[in-house]
Design a protein around this ligand. Structure first.
Ligand code: HEM
Length: 487
């Protein structure tokens, strides 16, 4: 052992000691608290080993733990205390009735490290002035009705490309890979909304891959910067030179999300945002909006492929609204109740996330008769709400009709404000700020895909509803479907 090794060893001992002292003081103060019950853990690691030894993703363990420990329970994951809430009344109390108390994010959330350079993203910001500024800007710049209308040409352009790509893939391979096609189409819309530019399919695919890797923490943030900083610089030059839209830079100045970020000066960040912070804020849009919507589309199509009656009923509705030879436009999809019922049933039966993002209480508080320390991760296990047979009849069945008059879901409020029976977007202060935009993308794409083609299962790869976890809950074997033109 040379001198460097001795130094490293002593250094490691010192940190271990510091960490142990912090850990034990946290544990002993928690012992005095009446936190929710949970499985007994080991010293230092808590329940971590039990979770790992299960060999299945954490989200799939929740069903068993809920049965054993009830509507609110605690897991100790190493140093992290996780309080898991599964009951619809407690979820409504925390997120809506006492919304501000539970509206924060844990200070050292891994989500924060995953998505953010310099901790500047809406999803990870603690409840406070920075979050408010960023979220208000997001809503004004991306999801107000005026902005949605102004940018509708982007969706028209992306849909045309999407339909051509589907047809091409079907000719080349004999089937369509639904997930990858839908991801690409949605990603191209979101990139154009962010940067105001039409960029090549190659570049979109590259961004999509880089951001997917960032989500799964397999790619360094450097790649993310290399990929997005040039887009930001191009747009900044365009804005600074007060240019008019052209072939590549298609959105007029002020219509791209990134333009608003150039002008934003949050005092908490010391004024103008740096390029890296803009990269984080734009990545957040593309990452948060792509997989959630594409997963929903894939699950919806799985059910339409396996139940041709549902597909025909939807086709009839779309043709009834736009004619056999018409084109489905954005306004049309708001007048299609069966389409809406299919999308709602998909989000109920296959919520893209089984949990919301981690929440935290702004101060020590209580919920369901237990103490909730402000440092704890409060996890809302929302999948249980839609699996609960006391709320939904035959919850495992896919039945869009339940959202039509007379059905058990007809009064369901998917924003959770009036009560929680499904909450694919969360509820209260942190509800997904772009839920209406996400729904617009899904509705429009599904209506167009069903209007142009009949979707049937590919004989060599029958649809397989087995689930796995990859940021969202996706199909283990992606859906491959054959298409027949409706012309
Ligand atoms: C079907 C589509 C979508 C689903 C199911 C969905 C779902 C969610 C959920 C569950 C949350 C967390 C709520 C919480 O922690 O309480 C969330 C947050 C968020 N979503 Fe979405 N989302 C969708 C589409 C989108 C799109 C298209 C965008 C962007 C254009 C977006 C941007 C965000 C952002 C920025 C947040 C963080 C909000 C905050 O922390 O204040 N989402 N979303």
């Amino acid at each position: 052992m040379d001198l460097t090794d001795v130094f490293i060893f002593l250094f490691a001992l010192y940190f271990l000691n510091l960490w142990w002292r912090r850990y034990s003081s946290g544990r002993s103060s928690q012992c005095r608290l009446n936190i929710p019950p949970g499985p007994k853990g080991w010293p230092l690691v808590g329940n971590l080993l039990q979770v790992i030894s299960q060999r299945r993703h954490f989200v799939f363990l929740m069903r068993d733990l809920r049965k054993k420990y009830g509507p609110i329970f605690t897991m100790q994951m190493g140093q992290r205390t996780m309080i898991i809430v599964t009951d619809e009344k407690l979820i409504h109390e925390a997120l809506v009735q006492r919304g501000p108390t539970f509206a924060s994010r844990p200070p050292d959330s891994p989500i924060r490290l995953m998505f953010s350079v310099g901790k500047c993203a809406i999803n990870s910001a603690e409840y406070g002035p920075l979050w408010r500024t960023l979220r208000r800007n997001f809503v004004t710049e991306l999801v107000t009705p005026t902005r949605v209308k102004q940018c509708s040409w982007i969706r028209t352009w992306a849909m045309e490309n999407h339909m051509k790509r589907i047809q091409k893939e079907s000719v080349e391979k004999g089937y369509v890979e639904v997930m990858s096609q839908c991801r690409l189409a949605i990603c191209s819309i979101l990139i154009c909304l962010c940067f105001g530019a039409k960029i090549s399919e190659e570049k979109i695919k590259n961004i999509e891959n880089v951001l997917k890797d960032v989500m799964l923490i397999t790619s360094p943030t450097k790649t993310q910067l290399e990929c997005l900083v040039p887009l930001i610089r191009n747009r900044r030059a365009f804005v600074d030179a007060k240019e008019s839209p052209n072939e590549e830079m298609v959105s007029p100045i002020g219509a791209a999300y990134v333009d608003s970020l150039f002008a934003l000066k949050p005092v908490e960040r010391g004024g103008e945002l740096k390029d890296e912070e803009i990269v984080t804020l734009c990545s957040e849009i593309v990452s948060a909006g792509t997989d959630t919507s594409a997963t929903t589309l894939e699950w919806a199509l799985l059910h339409l492929v396996t139940d041709q009656n549902i597909q025909e009923k939807l086709y009839e509705e779309v043709v009834g609204a736009v004619g056999k030879n018409g084109v489905v436009e954005e306004d049309d999809v708001t007048k299609m109740p069966y389409l809406e019922a299919i999308v709602k049933e998909t989000l109920r039966r296959h919520p893209p996330g089984h949990f919301l993002l981690s929440h935290a209480a702004v101060k020590d508080t209580e919920l369901g008769g237990y103490d909730i320390p402000s440092g704890a991760y409060v996890e809302f296990y929302t999948a249980w709400v839609t699996e609960n047979p006391e709320i939904w009849s035959d919850p495992s069945e896919f039945r869009p009709e339940r959202f039509l008059p007379g059905g058990d879901g007809v009064n369901a409020d998917w924003t959770g404000t009036r009560g929680v029976t499904m909450l694919p977007f969360g509820a209260g202060r942190r509800i997904c700020p772009a839920w209406s935009l996400g729904i617009l993308h899904i509705n429009l794409m599904l209506a167009r895909m069903i209007h142009s083609f009949k979707w049937i299962s590919a004989p060599d790869s029958p649809p397989d509803p087995t689930e796995t976890y990859a940021f969202t809950v996706v199909m283990k074997n992606s859906l491959k479907a054959q298409i027949i033109s409706r012309d």
